[in-house]
Write a protein that binds this ligand. Structure first.
Ligand SMILES: [Zn+2]
Length: 218
């Protein structure tokens, strides 16, 4: 998980979210199940497009490049079952993979909500050790977030490890290289891999910080 910045609200939400919310709440207030057509208005092409842009096509939780594999899900940060008024609220929407979305489901605990990549200081709650996501000592929210979302599930560990192996090869080559031009190319590659739009940049960035703390000069 990396910190994210919200893009401006898409025009369709600016123009219609209030009407959609009023319609939805009319069903809720009558204790009726809203029809899918009323509930799923958030699933608009322009909303999805903007969310994909602001997350760089990555799951907001596990950092998988979702759009490589399938279209991905629009995810409600606070669950729409508990917060129906936030169903069409731009600040409550993000983009995720179906696995993280499924694990998170309707979880909500006012004391310890899942970390919000737009508003929480992510690095105060979670960090990583190699390919594993771990929580900062004492952070209940960090611990709940990675355990609930199963951020250390097998295939994620495997893919993060693959990225780390490549990353360490570049670091090694960078340190050994004598030619200034080639050295600068390795450096560019290394900096590119920790860019927040790249898959699994969280563990790669932490790995680089670890080596720098041990004296790596880059
Ligand atoms: Zn995910």
């Amino acid at each position: 998980m990396v910190p994210l910045i919200k893009l401006p609200k898409p025009a369709v939400l600016r123009l219609r979210s209030l009407t959609w919310t009023v319609n939805l709440m009319a069903y809720r207030n009558r204790n009726e199940k809203p029809p899918k057509l009323v509930l799923n208005k958030y699933n608009h092409k322009k909303v999805k497009e903007t969310l994909v842009n602001e997350t760089s096509g990555k799951c907001a939780y596990c950092e998988s490049k979702v759009t490589h594999v399938y279209p991905g899900d629009i995810e409600h940060i606070l669950p729409k079952s508990d917060f129906p008024k936030l169903t069409f609220e731009w600040n409550n929407l993000t983009f995720s993979c179906s696995v993280c979305n499924g694990h998170k489901s309707n979880y909500y605990d006012a004391q310890n909500p899942v970390l919000n990549p737009y508003s929480d200081a992510i690095y105060e709650h979670i960090t990583s050790s190699g390919a594993m996501i771990i929580h900062m000592p004492g952070s209940v929210r960090g611990e709940i977030t990675y355990k609930l979302l199963e951020l250390n599930r097998g295939n994620l560990i495997e893919r993060r490890e693959e990225a780390l192996v490549i990353f360490r090869k570049y670091l090694d080559a960078y340190v050994k290289e004598q030619n200034i031009y080639l050295k600068s190319l390795y450096k560019k590659e290394i900096i590119g891999m920790i860019s927040p739009d790249k898959e699994f940049s969280f563990v790669l960035k932490n790995s680089l910080s670890f080596f720098i703390s041990k004296g790596l000069n880059i």
